[in-house]
Design a protein around this ligand. Structure first.
Ligand SMILES: *Cc1c(COP(=O)(O)O)cnc(C)c1O
Length: 405
């Protein structure tokens, strides 16, 4: 008799963005004619840059031509893309990462969600709070947690982000028994905070000493403009022995609808005498058949001279929005985090997150994200996203200031 994976029943109802969508559609139905501005879900709004579109078209044309046609490609990604990534993102920054360590995929969401498959069912896992929900929910589905109580799952370790640690937890925040696996994300979604070299260094030192593993989500690395801040965990010596890094073209180059990402599993990581890279390779090539050829051509163009310039302009555009949001919030005396080296501004409102959400939706026709949706520690905060057009951001900020001020 067929039976279900009951771990799914443990998942908390009302996934954050479903609840937001419900309240937004109720509001829109009750207020036809209002212009709603969304600074909520983290999706980009600007079109793909011209150099990338050109390469995308060329990739499509190759498929129309018998000589250029490609069928199944390598599951790990074409060498032209893996080599461009290795050189531009890692070798040029002094990281000991090669094309062999890079696995191209259709999303960092799937990769961060799938990677836990490689580990034993009873390892101890630490996640930040507030957190990108994918890390938590995929471990719940895999049966690594107990039931949820008051928004937290039994069996998970929560690394609390607070005003005191500036939303950058350290190994000192772990319980005495430590953790076998730690998820980190910098620049952070949702708080917009970044980790310094020293802060990441503490994590790497800890992981090497404990023989633990770090899963490092660097989806927003392109927003780092401060040269003192690391863009990759591999800028920390030793990280190539204890950290897997996830990256994506989604926020970097506007690929949220085009789909291309990559995961770095350094050949130097060995667990129980097995190279983790070989194991991920086995998993990836068994369950995945590669990203489409035109999309990989488009992604490779991100590293061309034109592509670099155009994606930099794209990032700067969003960073300009983030600055406007952050400064306006500070002006009306709200404390903020992020918004520099990050597209997200984390605002302390000091009242129930959903109350602020409703106030801004009803009073300003602006959608933000309630901080409590990312975990207990997000209560009293909202996340404002810089992913929108400049005029919309300016208009929304004017309305928010009026509604909150
Ligand atoms: C947007 C985002 C990703 C990227 O996901 P894709 O599947 O590559 O689009 C990964 N991690 C975080 C924290 C994100 O916010």
């Amino acid at each position: 008799m067929i039976r279900l994976n009951n771990n799914f029943n443990k998942l908390q109802a009302g996934y954050l963005f479903i609840e937001i969508a419900r309240r937004v559609s109720d509001h829109a139905a009750a207020n036809p004619g209002h212009k709603l501005i969304k600074l909520g879900i983290g999706d980009v709004t600007r079109p793909l840059p011209p150099a990338i579109i050109k390469a995308f078209h060329e990739g499509v044309d190759d498929q129309a031509d018998a000589a250029g046609f490609r069928g199944y490609g390598p599951e790990q990604g074409y060498a032209f893309l893996r080599e461009a990534i290795a050189e531009a993102d890692f070798v040029s920054r002094g990281c000991s990462i090669s094309a062999d360590d890079i696995f191209v995929s259709d999303g960092a969401k799937c990769d961060t969600g799938n990677f836990q498959e490689l580990f034993a069912g009873d390892i101890s896992i630490a996640v930040p709070d507030p957190v990108y929900p994918v890390y938590v929910d995929t471990n719940v589905m895999a049966g690594r947690t107990g039931e949820a109580k008051d928004g937290r799952y039994d069996g998970l370790i929560y690394l609390e982000g607070t005003e005191n640690n500036g939303f950058v937890p350290s190994p000192a925040d772990l319980p005495e028994d430590g953790a076998d696996l730690v998820y980190l994300c910098f620049p952070n979604n949702p708080t917009g905070t970044t980790a310094t070299r020293d802060q990441l260094g503490e994590w790497v030192e800890w992981a090497l000493a404990q023989r633990s593993l770090i899963l490092f989500d660097a989806a927003y690395e392109a927003f780092v403009t401060d040269p003192e801040l690391p863009r990759s965990i591999y800028e920390i010596p030793g990280a190539e022995k204890c950290a897997v890094e996830f990256r994506s073209f989604s926020k970097t180059a506007g690929f949220t609808g085009t789909r291309c990402a990559y995961t770095i599993v350094p050949g130097a990581i060995e667990i129980d005498g097995v190279k983790l890279r070989d194991m991920w390779n086995r998993r990836h090539s068994t369950k995945f058949n590669g990203v489409s050829y035109p999309v990989q051509k488009a992604a490779a163009a991100v590293y061309s001279v034109e592509g670099k310039k155009e994606t930099r302009e794209l990032i700067n555009y969003y960073l300009g929005n983030a600055k406007i949001i952050r400064e306006a919030m500070n002006e009306v005396s709200y404390q903020t985090w992020g918004g520099v080296n990050s597209p997200y501004v984390w605002v302390k409102t000091g009242e129930d997150s959903w109350d602020t959400f409703d106030k801004l939706l009803k009073g300003a026709d602006v959608v933000v994200t309630p901080g409590s949706g990312f975990g207990r520690m997000g209560e009293g905060f909202i996340r404002i996203s810089a992913f929108n057009d400049r005029e919309n951001v300016q208009e929304a900020i004017g309305r928010i200031v009026k509604a909150m001020g």
